[in-house]
Design a binder for this molecule. Structure first.
Ligand code: FES
Ligand code: FES
Length: 161
């Protein structure tokens, strides 16, 4: 298996890594960088549990992304969303709206919510549901997750005024 020397910027820190050509970004985050907040669900692009942000606001499935292709890119995991000890508004809204049960889907859902609001700061309920498409929650029934993303968008709009 060939190896590649790459540099990843993850949650603001830069990492020089050697990765096998078949290693996914998810495997590198979890196993080489010891960042377990990004979850392995299906490994086949079906559940969204492994979602991370590239270049700040583009959500990707890290289980389908070869780490070697991410050389030089900036990755943000759910744990990297907080700033100066303050939760990101989407993280806070998930807490405030009880949008978490077992929590397994939550990092991916939060990441997808951040990505959605970056593109569409004032989404309708339908647009939120479409924005979260590809992310599966087996616990909450989605209603509270949709409410949380909606509330986060409104809170971010107020903060930006
Ligand atoms: S683990 Fe990546 S989509 Fe399910
Ligand atoms: S809270 Fe359990 S899978 Fe979503």
């Amino acid at each position: 298996m060939s190896k590649h020397a790459i540099t990843l910027k993850v949650n603001g820190a830069s990492y020089d890594l050697v990765v096998a050509s078949n290693k996914t970004l998810l495997e590198v985050l979890r196993d080489q960088l010891n960042m377990p907040e990004t979850k392995y669900g299906c490994g086949t692009g079906e559940c969204g549990a492994c979602s991370v942000l590239v270049e700040g606001d583009v959500a990707i499935n890290s289980c389908l992304t070869l780490a070697a292709t991410m050389d030089g890119r900036e990755i943000t995991t759910a744990a990297g969303l907080q700033q100066n000890g303050e939760l990101h508004p989407v993280q806070q809204a998930f807490i405030d709206h009880s949008a978490v049960q077992c929590g397994y889907c939550t990092p991916g859902m939060v990441v997808k919510g951040v990505s959605l609001l970056a593109k569409n700061p004032n989404p309708t309920e339908q647009e939120i549901r479409e924005g979260l498409e590809g992310s599966i929650c087996r616990c909450t029934g989605y209603v509270k997750i949709v409410e949380a993303v909606d509330a986060a968008g409104k809170a971010m709009a107020v903060a930006a005024d």
